[in-house]
Design a binder for this molecule. Structure first.
Ligand SMILES: [Zn+2]
Length: 158
C-alpha cells in the first residue's frame, strides 16, 4: 500500500461525498464509518468510491468511537484483488467516519486509535440528523506519542 507523506490534496468524487454525508446522517447519533477507495496520482489522492461499513464498536461506545467491521475490510481487499483493480493501482486510501454533533477535527480517540500512518482519514461532522454535513480530510503522520494528523485540501470531482 502507498504511504505518501507528501500528500497535500484529495479529490472526492461527488457521489462519494454524497454517500458519506448520507451515511453520517443515517447513523446519527452514532458514528458511521467506511473505506475510501481510489488512486494516488500526481501527488493527489483521488477517492473514486466509498464503501460504508458497520461500526462494530460496543453499542455504548458508538457515539464517540468507531471500529470498521473487519469482514467489510476483508471483502473489499478481496474484491480489489480479484477484479484486478490493484493492477490499476486502485487501493484502499483510508477511512471515513463521523463525529455526530461534533466537529471534523481528529478527536483524542482518533489520535490514540489505530489509524495507520500514511492513510487518509475523512471526518464528517453532521450537527444533527438532517442538513449539511461538514467534511474535512486528514493525513495520519507519525506514530505513538508523536502521532498527529495533517489537514488535506478537499476538492470535489463531478
Ligand atoms: Zn473520530
Amino acid at each position: 500500500m502507498h504511504r505518501p507523506r507528501k500528500l497535500l490534496e484529495l479529490t472526492l468524487a461527488r457521489r462519494a461525498r454524497l454517500l458519506i454525508a448520507a451515511d453520517a446522517r443515517a447513523r446519527f447519533p452514532e458514528e458511521c464509518c467506511g473505506l475510501l477507495i481510489g488512486v494516488l496520482r500526481a501527488g493527489k489522492a483521488h477517492v473514486t468510491r466509498v464503501v460504508p461499513a458497520a461500526n462494530v464498536a460496543p453499542p455504548a461506545r458508538r457515539r464517540r468511537h468507531f471500529e470498521i467491521d473487519p469482514g467489510a475490510l476483508f471483502a473489499v481487499r478481496r474484491t480489489l484483488r480479484e477484479s484486478g483493480a490493484t493492477r490499476h493501482r486502485e487501493a484502499i486510501l483510508g477511512y471515513f467516519h463521523s463525529h455526530p454533533g461534533g466537529n471534523a477535527l481528529p478527536s483524542g480517540a482518533d489520535l490514540a486509535g489505530a489509524h495507520e500512518v500514511g492513510l487518509v482519514t475523512l471526518i464528517a461532522a453532521p450537527p444533527r440528523k438532517a442538513g449539511v454535513v461538514p467534511l474535512r480530510a486528514w493525513l495520519r503522520l507519525g506514530g505513538g506519542p508523536s502521532s498527529r494528523f495533517r489537514p488535506l485540501k478537499i476538492t470535489t470531482d463531478l
